[in-house]
Design a protein around this ligand. Structure first.
Ligand SMILES: Cc1cc2nc3c(=O)[nH]c(=O)nc-3n(C[C@H](O)[C@H](O)[C@H](O)COP(=O)(O)OP(=O)(O)OC[C@H]3O[C@@H](n4cnc5c(N)ncnc54)[C@H](O)[C@@H]3O)c2cc1C
Length: 373
């Protein structure tokens, strides 16, 4: 729904304006699209792990549905993630995380350096050791976005291009939206799903205005030269002297290398330092990376929240905002969570209960007094 944004709107909550919706510059086309709850599970993020596991369990059937409707592949890969450690310090850190992930019931298989290279023959012999997370997947985000758009159109979804400025709320109920060109669109329910720009839409409860912030991520797209066989089968997640880098193979021969995580507000520039660091770390574990073609560099903005969790759902009766729903703040996992987010929003809109895993991620957790209502 986005066409342009006035420079005058920039400010702390105005991360430079969103990319055109539906264009190849949407963040959906600028992410690595790992579907990797296990190899991304972090200490203190138990609730997030549970929703990510639910999301992965749902992803296969959702992608199959899209493929059936469109007759095109979504680019799903199920080979798993091989996490590797470059030096003994990296290995000790990986083992600490692995113990935590195993205690959370995740499928982990510890491998020595030789076993890692048996799985991925182009890894450097210097790799100290690794862990296979066989349950992780990835998806080709550009293909996935394309089939999703096509399936939505086939289901009768009408796309309206334009910047929503305000959710119209009257008598405690959402009534529709106002668009930048002066048009209003009436609707009994409104879902704000504007990524890190969500707080800019007027009409939200005041406490939600500053909840979602942009977290910059830079990544690279590499391509195999003609006639070069694929250099990777698994997603590789490497720690190189304390720095994290991942390499994600695509079916069409691309390898995504990412990603930085930077608190730089709306900045979307690609920096020489980030390109250098990502390539340096990728080449440290997979020297053959230097022979791949650097096809694209890009930067995107993850919609981050104070507790790293998404913001999905509506507001209770008497909240003054019935009919208003949010589907935002998906931070590092927005592609992974897309099917379960859709399920949760449909449940809210039709008065059904959402899956229990969503309970910690309602918008009301940020609105003082709302839980008591
Ligand atoms: C480098 C990088 C790597 C990533 N890797 C992964 C990964 O491996 N796996 C994973 O699952 N996720 C990953 N992500 C995260 C994922 O990309 C995000 O979580 C996801 O894009 C969030 O989707 P969204 O639709 O909520 O928000 P966005 O993708 O930000 O889209 C928001 C949309 O809303 C539109 N919009 C904004 N304001 C308005 C308005 N006022 N009116 C109308 N339209 C508006 C914008 O134009 C945009 O199209 C990564 C992100 C980055 C940057």
């Amino acid at each position: 729904m986005w066409s342009s944004r006035e420079a005058a709107s920039s400010g702390p909550r105005s991360p430079g304006g969103p990319p055109p919706l539906g264009s190849r510059s949407s963040w959906w086309t600028r992410s690595a699209a790992t579907l990797a709850p296990a190899s991304e599970a972090l200490f203190g993020e138990g609730a997030l792990l549970r929703i990510n596991l639910l999301a992965l369990a749902r992803f296969g059937s959702f992608a199959a549905e899209l493929e059936e409707v469109t007759g095109r592949r979504a680019g799903l890969r199920r080979e798993g993630t091989l996490a590797v450690a470059y030096d003994p310090g990296d290995y000790a850190a990986l083992m600490r995380l692995t113990a935590f992930r195993r205690s959370a019931g995740l499928d982990t298989e510890e491998l020595d350096s030789r076993a890692c290279r048996k799985l991925e023959s182009f890894l450097t012999p210097d790799v100290h050791g690794g862990v296979l997370f066989a349950g992780d997947w990835s998806v080709d985000n550009r293909r996935y976005a394309a089939v999703l758009r096509e399936a939505a159109a086939a289901a009768g979804v009408r796309m309206v291009r334009g910047r929503v400025t305000e959710v119209l709320v009257r008598d405690g109920r959402a009534r529709g939206v106002a668009v930048a060109d002066g048009e209003t669109i009436g609707s009994a329910q409104v879902v704000v799903a504007a990524g890190c720009w969500s707080g800019e839409v007027d009409g939200l409860p005041a406490e939600l205005r500053d909840v979602v912030r942009p977290v910059k991520g830079q990544l690279l797209r590499l391509r195999h030269p003609d006639a070069m066989p694929p250099v990777l089968a698994h997603t590789i997640r490497a720690t190189v002297r304390g720095a994290d880098v991942y390499l994600v193979p695509r079916a069409d021969g691309e390898v995504i290398v990412g990603a930085t995580s930077e608190e730089r507000g709306p900045d979307r520039t690609v920096t020489a330092g980030a390109v250098h660091d990502l390539l340096h770390d990728a080449m440290s574990v997979l020297p053959v990376t230097s022979e791949l073609i650097l096809a694209e560099t890009c930067a995107g903005l993850r919609p981050g929240t104070p507790d790293n969790g998404p913001v999905v759902g509506g507001f209770g009766a008497g909240s003054g905002h019935s009919g208003l729903l949010l589907a935002t703040g998906h931070y590092r996992n927005g592609i992974l969570m897309s099917p379960v987010t859709a399920d949760a929003i449909v449940a809210c809109m039709t008065g059904q209960p959402a899956a229990a895993e969503w309970a910690p991620f309602t918008p009301e957790r940020f609105v003082s007094g709302a839980q008591a209502r």
